[in-house]
Write a protein that binds this ligand. Sequence first.
Ligand SMILES: [Zn+2]
Length: 424
Amino acid sequence: MVERRLLLVGICIALAAMTLLPLRYQRYQIATGSMAPTLLGEHRRCACSRCGSPVVVGSAAPDCFKAHCPNCGHSDLPLAQAPDQPGDVVSVDRWAYSLASPKRWDVVLFQRGEESWVKRIAGLPGETVEIRDGDVWIDGVRSRKSFGELPSMQQELFDDAYSPHGIDASRRWERDPRGELVGGRPMLDGRDGSQTWIYARFLFDERQYRPFVDEYAYEGSSRADAEPVHDFIADLDLTVLHADGNLRVALTDGSDVIEASISLTNAGSLKVRTRPDSFEGKEAPALKLSTVRMTPWRGGETRRVTVAFVDRRFHIACDGQPIGDAIDLPDAASREPVVRPLRLTIERGCVRVDRFRLSRDVHYRPQGMAGQAVRLGSGEYFVLGDHSPVAEDSRTWLDPAIRRRDLLGRVLDLKRPRSFGAPN
Ligand SMILES: [Zn+2]
């Protein structure tokens, strides 16, 4: 008897789930590239014929076939032979905001006029929103992301798993006093004295060093008005071959250098220093020093170290887990274009780089609202596309606000770069 009742309850639950789930989750197909590369509209994809890196270009881009590989700069890509692919299909949780309020950086589906749109929330009810220096400012303060918020907005710049063939790629790594690249990757060897490696953006075809800019392969040809970007994330898979001394990992945003000094001995401590100059110039003494403990690093052990200097905030993580608190820097008067974002210094020990990936945060352009602030009323949201140079969004609309009643749900299953945080 009890078993029959349990069976009946089970059947009722299954029937309720089958009836309700389609009501809760809606499939939605992305039509345009305004959220690229996070979400793709109709597009073509190919593997770069020089380095093998995947390249994705919007089919509607006016210069679709003039795209460059973002990884190696190659322009002769087999895009013409690639078929048009439909836009991404995403799941939308229509009940997401029944109980909880929308959060900053949520990607939402909403109604505007006759159409449905997908954008990212940047401003919340009652806030004053500005776009300055590539970032979103809320009530006069730069909005800073948590470590967990970085992946969904991360834009990949370089992955050394895709090595261009037929080219000497060693000019990307500047070494002092010397150093060996093994399979195109640095062997950091400080056993005969310290060694410094600096990663630079070197364009093979132009034979020039150039700053990182807000380019999107998705647009096809490069933009003449590309803006320098400042917020970088580096992922390094590191194997300790000789556990002695320190490894220092530094990032610059064009104004300051933040350097994490990782002890490779059993003490296992991590010190983070802040310096007020880019490492392309002369460095000033450390301004700030914070020390946290990390688990000791054994010889032969491989770990993924992630450092991020985004929104004037520094994060360091080991195997996807943040170590210590994020470090915030005050606003800089100005930030120079960055050619060399990452520096590695080894003292006494020996560490092999097994993989290196560099990415950046979304660089927001002010577009129509340069020098202006938008004040949101109660129940109003400010939304932005991730593909900032071309997206139509709250920056360009006459009425910038989206009302809460027009939000149709939260977009799930966003693309996450494979590289970020967690080990393979
Ligand atoms: Zn390439």
